[in-house]
Design a protein around this ligand. Structure first.
Ligand SMILES: Nc1ncnc2c1ncn2[C@@H]1O[C@H](COP(=O)(O)OP(=O)(O)OP(=O)(O)O)[C@@H](O)[C@H]1O
Length: 322
């Protein structure tokens, strides 16, 4: 067997296509290992196994391994709203789960310092992220979407009274965590237009923003403000979502519109923005959310609006622009 082939044969089962044949000079084998997308543990275990396999060859006395990693493009989609309580976190969690269902590698960041609700929505209440190499390790969930939340950085129930720099630093820790091969990061922003939003736009440059609103005029005026904030920072708006639109009475099935109907769609048209879809006010959505069971993770009809919105966001990401 020619020299390089013989060395590669010794490690092929360990490294697969992540390394070309090692070179051997004066007893020293040199190997270049592509560790793109591997976490630190897997990466180190692979390097150590390859090293031992090469050292087991009679003429190898030393092994040098250089690790390389392709910088993956990870795109951030920020989910924002003008005011609180409009269902932004519900949308963010279900969007992440539905995008995962479409085959993307999705992570979910809960940057809502005032009411971090992602751990509850994703059945991960009480979890705490570990850290490795000064980076937080996202917490896996049973929905295939790892999460990191401001709520995991403080004691449960503790009001987060962070101001500018502290909130900005915490956001940085969540976004620059060890996300591995995650290609899409959904970030649930606090409502309004404060420090976290500014830090998000200036430091972390989202690829786009999804704005959630309820159909009332007041919520829409606030949503327009959020749209303005992103537009001024040249962050493209992926589109507007109307949440709590139309209420289906669980007893008689009659549809009523407690907050009006179609307001967000009209507002999107007026602002010349795409309209991503409407999520009805549905008891099933609230119950499933409170139980840590995102509707988008189940086959039920309650997940349909989220899947339809996710398909539009995925198409937007695939186009690479609005
Ligand atoms: N379409 C819906 N149908 C029924 N309940 C909903 C719907 N969307 C959200 N909710 C419920 O409304 C409440 C607020 O939702 P959520 O926490 O997602 O809002 P938010 O905008 O993120 O609020 P905050 O800004 O305070 O964090 C939750 O109890 C949630 O389950």
């Amino acid at each position: 067997m020619p020299e390089p082939d013989r060395l590669y044969a010794a490690i092929s089962k360990i490294v697969g296509s992540r390394a070309a044949a090692p070179r051997l000079t004066d007893g020293r084998a040199s190997l270049i290992l592509d560790v793109t997308g591997l976490d630190a543990k897997t990466r180190d275990a692979m390097a150590e196994a390859a090293k031992q396999a090469l050292l087991a060859l009679p003429d190898v006395t030393d092994v040098r391994i250089a690790m390389t990693s392709e910088k993956r493009e990870r795109r951030i989609i920020a989910v924002g709203s003008g005011k609180g309580g409009v269902g932004k976190s519900t949308l963010a969690a279900n969007l992440a789960v539905a995008l995962h269902g479409l085959g993307r590698k999705v992570g979910l960041v809960d940057a809502d310092i005032y009411g971090p609700s992602v751990p509850r929505l994703m059945d991960a209440e009480g979890t705490r992220p570990m850290a490795e190499d000064q980076k937080l390790l996202p917490v896996e969930t049973r929905f295939g979407v790892p999460i990191l939340s401001m709520g995991q950085l403080v004691k449960p129930g503790q009001a987060i009274a962070w101001r500018g720099p502290m909130a900005g630093n915490a956001l940085g820790q969540l976004i620059d965590a060890a996300w591995g091969d995650t290609d899409t990061l959904i970030v649930d922003l606090p409502p309004g237009t404060g420090d976290v939003q500014l830090s998000m736009m200036q430091k972390h440059k989202p690829a786009g923003a999804v704005i959630v609103s309820t159909p009332q005029d007041l919520a829409l005026i606030d949503a327009a403000r959020a749209v303005d904030l992103f537009s001024q920072a040249n962050i493209p708006i992926v589109g507007l979502v109307e949440n709590m639109a139309g209420y289906a009475c669980p007893h008689c099935g009659q549809i009523s519109d407690p907050f009006g109907a179609g307001g967000a769609q009209a507002a999107a048209a007026a602002m010349d923005l795409p309209f991503l879809g409407r999520v009805p006010l549905e008891i099933a959505i609230r119950q499933a959310s409170d139980a840590g069971e995102p509707p988008a993770a189940t086959d039920g009809f309650a997940g349909d609006p989220f899947r339809a919105i996710a398909a539009k966001v995925a198409a937007w990401l695939d186009r690479g622009a609005a």
